[in-house]
Design a protein around this ligand. Structure first.
Ligand SMILES: Cc1cc2nc3c(=O)[nH]c(=O)nc-3n(C[C@H](O)[C@H](O)[C@H](O)COP(=O)(O)OP(=O)(O)OC[C@H]3O[C@@H](n4cnc5c(N)ncnc54)[C@H](O)[C@@H]3O)c2cc1C
Length: 448
């Protein structure tokens, strides 16, 4: 519900946030809790469909804790996720439980699968409850600068009227729309990655029973594509396909729906799950976006992108606007929430010290963001290429099943995103890869 229907904005806010997805909502809530005046401008009307439903690490609880989001609030809305697993075409399975932070009282042993239309609206309303002004159907159009060239505001269109607002800092959380990066020409695509995705929601799929009903499966194939199976709160489930653009784009772009239908029925695991199920989302939105692809704005492809700069004079990027690598390890939401929280801490400090300069935000936000996430993002970039090589994945999973130490390293890397484990894994990964790549003929090109 848009609680601000006929709202006329003030002229000035401490912070303007472009985009009311999780990145924008997390940042806005945390600064509003400290008493700062913040406006979120969200272009669409919530609830709105959004991809990105699986949460990997239980460490996200630490952020929910800070926000005041509790288990009691989440349980009625979302299915609990206690585990996940990978399955290769040979039938190799690597399954794991979600409980990687038993010693940390701020984390639970489970997370949730998020139906994003529900979650994003819930989080934006939570921001409002904490003092944030959040306007839906408020599409930001122009950026303003003061006489010294510092960005100091935006204009936005709402219900046919144009408004102008000014602020101390403009925070871009516009997701893969990349509002400021596109305006400033600083959006870059990650050349090595060439995936696109198609996905749908279903009702009445066959789910596992009891505690494991929310378990996720990632399924590999020999066909240059992989699948996600993500049960949502009953009766829904989410089934997605991520495919190699170089191989599948021609077929997909001619008829996305036919492509999706063909490939979901092609995998025995998925086929069994959807036997008595009904697909409840269509491909209209996808078709529109494909038609826009020539304008470089398709959101379901070209999504491996990052901005060459994170901070400028009067502006800063968080969430997917700063970068999104690939869905392979369901890291998106964790990084997105983290970036909102790190920026909130930086600007709260900056407001107290009367310093929101570019240098200060770079040091207090961007440097800390890189320290926290750079290694895991680098890892994901490598794995996003390996996901189309099922023999390689099969070998990795078999090692994980055979050797408890390796298993623990995988889980701590990909489920907990623990820095020590990631470093250890990087060494292992590169060493093994050198030995294997020439045998398999597979070339990996990762740029840091
Ligand atoms: C195929 C695919 C699968 C994925 N799967 C997962 C997964 O399983 N797990 C996971 O954690 N992550 C996943 N992700 C990533 C996840 O979707 C994103 O990381 C997350 O949604 C980004 O959150 P955000 O708040 O940065 O942006 P968004 O959630 O995209 O929110 C941005 C908001 O900005 C608004 N906006 C845009 N432009 C303007 C404007 N000019 N004015 C006003 N508002 C504007 C939009 O309407 C939108 O609501 C996946 C991504 C893809 C592409």
């Amino acid at each position: 519900m848009d609680r601000e229907k006929n709202f006329i904005p003030d002229d000035f806010y401490d912070f303007i946030v472009i985009g009311g997805g999780p990145a924008g909502a997390v940042f806005a809530t945390l600064v509003a809790k400290e008493g700062y005046k913040v406006i979120v401008l969200e272009g669409s009307k919530f609830p709105r469909f959004c991809v990105g439903e699986i949460i990997a690490p239980t460490a996200i609880w630490r952020i929910w804790h800070r926000l005041g989001v509790t288990k009691e609030m989440m349980d009625p809305l979302f299915i609990q996720k206690w585990g996940a697993g990978w399955i290769t075409p040979n039938g190799t399975q690597f399954n794991f439980d979600q409980d990687v932070h038993p010693e940390d009282s701020r984390c639970h042993a489970h997370v949730y699968q998020l139906d994003r239309s529900v979650y994003d609206e819930f989080l934006l309303n939570h921001a409002r409850d904490n003092g944030v002004t959040a306007l839906e159907e408020a599409r930001v159009e122009e950026l303003f600068y003061d006489e010294n060239g510092r960005m100091n505001g935006v204009s936005f269109e709402r219900h046919g009227k144009t408004f102008e607002v000014r602020s101390k800092l403009v925070v871009d959380a516009s997701g893969r729309t990349n509002f400021i990066p596109r305006k400033l020409g600083i959006r870059m695509e990650i050349e090595e990655l060439h995936s696109f995705a198609c996905f749908a929601h279903w009702e009445d799929c066959k789910k596992d029973q009891g505690k494991n009903a929310g378990d996720v499966r990632l399924l590999f194939t020999e066909n240059d594509l992989w699948y996600w199976w993500a049960p949502l709160k009953d009766p829904k489930s989410s089934i997605g396909i991520v495919a190699n653009k170089n191989v599948h784009w021609d077929e997909y772009s001619k008829d996305p729906e036919a492509f999706y239908e063909k490939w979901v029925l092609n995998h025995p695991f998925i086929k069994k799950r959807i036997e008595n199920a009904t697909r409840i989302t269509n491909f209209d939105v996808v078709k529109t976006r494909i038609n826009q692809a020539s304008k470089d704005s398709a959101l379901l492809t070209n999504f491996h992108a990052r901005s060459s700069e994170a901070v400028g004079d009067g502006w800063v990027l968080i969430g997917d606007t700063l970068g999104f690598v690939d869905p392979v390890f369901s890291a998106g939401l964790h990084v997105v929430h983290g970036s909102g929280m790190i920026l909130a801490d930086a600007v709260i400090k900056g407001m107290k010290e009367n310093n929101l300069s570019e240098g200060f935000i770079e040091k207090e936000y961007h440097e800390k963001y890189k320290e926290e996430f750079q290694d895991v993002l680098f890892h994901i970039q490598g794995w996003a290429q390996l996901y189309y090589n099922p023999k390689f994945v099969d070998m990795f999973l078999k090692w994980g099943n055979r050797y408890p130490k390796i298993r623990d390293m995988y889980i701590r890397t990909f489920i907990a995103f623990e820095k020590k484990a990631i470093k250890e894994f990087s060494k292992f990964f590169l060493k093994i890869f050198k030995n294997v790549s020439h045998k398999s003929g597979f070339k990996l090109s990762v740029k840091k």
